[in-house]
Design a protein around this ligand. Structure first.
Ligand SMILES: Nc1ncnc2c1ncn2[C@@H]1O[C@H](COP(=O)(O)OP(=O)(O)OP(=O)(O)O)[C@@H](O)[C@H]1O
Length: 229
């Protein structure tokens, strides 16, 4: 695949095997700035592995991932981690918030990790909690909130550092359909407003309907439904 010059993140020919289990068998993928791409496909087809390779969390056995023209595997572990903290945001199925911290502290955490002072970080966190309509629970800890509120906090945390790419793996998988729709609306509106690209792994076509484009992963290979890959 030839990566278009406007591409933000490009994967080419990714292979990944866990022991004797093949997870990716030559997957290609491309996403442009501000695009929301849904990654769909049967259980075990390699969707999460693709997301982890794109985010530089899991190294592929072969194939390449380029972010803004840089090959991720050519970076040192420290530079890849720094890139993840500065440029990527993550939302998982179960918010994965730090239970001991309040909502504001959880959302401020990515900023604190890149050296932003506490006051400034918490003020930016509060603005995102307001934007996601959950500032009323800002002093609560994750155990004192509903699943939907927790996912909104996770989205605020993913967005607070103004990432270029948000990786969302089944972000509504633990929510009822009404809360799932609400969370998807808030996530995609906020991403479009900030021009963040979103790689959205989901089983549900109702969730994929919030994307600009769908990519189907089957047996470790990705097929773009618009024919772009
Ligand atoms: N850490 C791991 N160790 C061993 N095998 C793994 C690991 N991660 C994934 N696999 C295997 O790789 C294959 C692809 O898994 P992956 O989680 O990427 O699929 P998926 O499409 O996201 O599945 P699901 O929709 O069920 O979450 C599966 O056969 C899975 O069992």
């Amino acid at each position: 695949m030839t990566a278009s010059t406007s591409a933000l993140l490009t994967a080419s020919g990714l292979h990944k095997t866990y022991g004797s289990t093949p997870a990716l068998a030559g997957a290609d993928f491309v996403i442009h700035p501000g695009e929301v791409v849904a990654v769909m496909g049967p259980s075990g087809s390699g969707k999460s592995t693709l997301l982890h390779c794109l985010a530089g969390i899991v190294p592929p056995d072969s194939g390449t991932v380029h972010y803004r023209g840089k090959e991720l595997s050519a970076l040192s572990d420290a530079r890849r981690s720094a890139l993840r903290r500065a440029d990527f945001g993550f939302v998982f199925q179960f918010g994965q918030l730090v239970p001991e911290l309040t909502c504001t502290e959880n959302v401020a955490l990515p900023l604190r990790l890149v050296g932003v002072g506490r006051k400034e970080a918490e003020s930016r966190a509060t603005r995102w909690l307001e934007r996601l309509e959950i500032d009323d629970v800002r002093h609560h800890r994750p155990g004192q909130m509903s699943g939907g509120q927790g996912q909104r906090v996770a989205i605020a945390r993913a967005l607070v550092g103004a990432p270029s790419v948000i990786f969302a793996d089944e972000p509504t998988g633990a929510l009822d359909s009404l809360n799932g729709e609400r969370v998807m609306g808030l996530l995609t509106d906020a991403a479009r407003e900030t021009r963040a690209a979103v790689v959205l792994v989901t089983h549900e076509s109702r969730v994929a309907a919030y994307s600009d484009r769908e990519v189907i992963v089957r047996d470790g290979r990705a097929r773009d439904m618009a024919g772009a890959v």
